[in-house]
Design a protein around this ligand. Structure first.
Ligand code: GRF
Length: 194
């Protein structure tokens, strides 16, 4: 199974997935990292792991449609089976969604449907919630609304700072995302063999 990971920032989830692939815990190959921010740290991580990087920004194109059409062309050329979003800070548009229907997976740092959007951890923390968590879901045309695949919760203790909650969430993400991806890929491979 040929995987493309999309990321925009730090790339700690990218790293966790890449390590799981390397260790043979995920039966797939990371064919490429796509990054829409040329200065993002995730690019360095990919280079260190010898994973091919493609990087361009929507700003380089006249419209989002043309940007995604270029991306789609690359993904088809690379025969990508599954797109894994790992901190990709953009909404996937219809150009990609129509072709990769049910083949785009995202991780979100809250228990969806609570606290969707860009600030999932902060919004949960500031709401006074005592529980938050991590959600892995298929991507649809909404913002963090697609069918949920897995969730794991974590307590927000009374004396936790925002940084404490971020640390707990990321620790869960780095374990849960590779495990869930391994399972999905195993299931899909089983289906394509039968
Ligand atoms: C993660 O918290 C993920 O849930 C969210 O963006 C963050 C990316 O972190 N979608 P990193 O770039 O993988 O370190």
């Amino acid at each position: 199974m040929r995987l493309a990971i999309f990321a925009s920032g730090n790339g700690s989830n990218f790293q966790a997935i890449a390590e799981a692939v390397k260790a043979g815990r995920i039966q797939g190959e990371i064919s490429l990292l796509f990054c829409d921010k040329k200065e993002a740290y995730v690019i360095q991580r990919a280079k260190d792991l010898s994973i091919p990087v493609i990087s361009f920004s929507p700003k380089d194109f006249e419209s989002k449609e043309i940007y995604e059409a270029e991306l789609l062309h690359l993904l088809e050329e690379e025969q990508i089976d599954l797109i894994i979003l790992a901190g990709y800070m953009r909404i996937i548009g219809p150009t990609l969604l129509e072709v990769f229907s049910n083949k785009i997976i995202n991780i979100h740092p809250s228990l969806l449907p609570d606290f969707p959007g860009l600030r999932g951890i902060k919004d949960a923390f500031e709401s006074g919630a005592t529980t938050t968590g991590v959600t892995i879901h298929y991507v649809d045309d909404g913002v963090d609304t697609g069918p949920i695949i897995a969730q794991q919760s974590v307590e927000i203790e009374a004396d936790d700072t925002l940084a404490d909650v971020e640390t707990k969430i990321h620790a869960i993400e780095h374990k849960l995302y590779p495990e869930v991806l391994a399972q999905i890929i195993k299931t899909q491979q089983g289906e394509s063999c039968s």
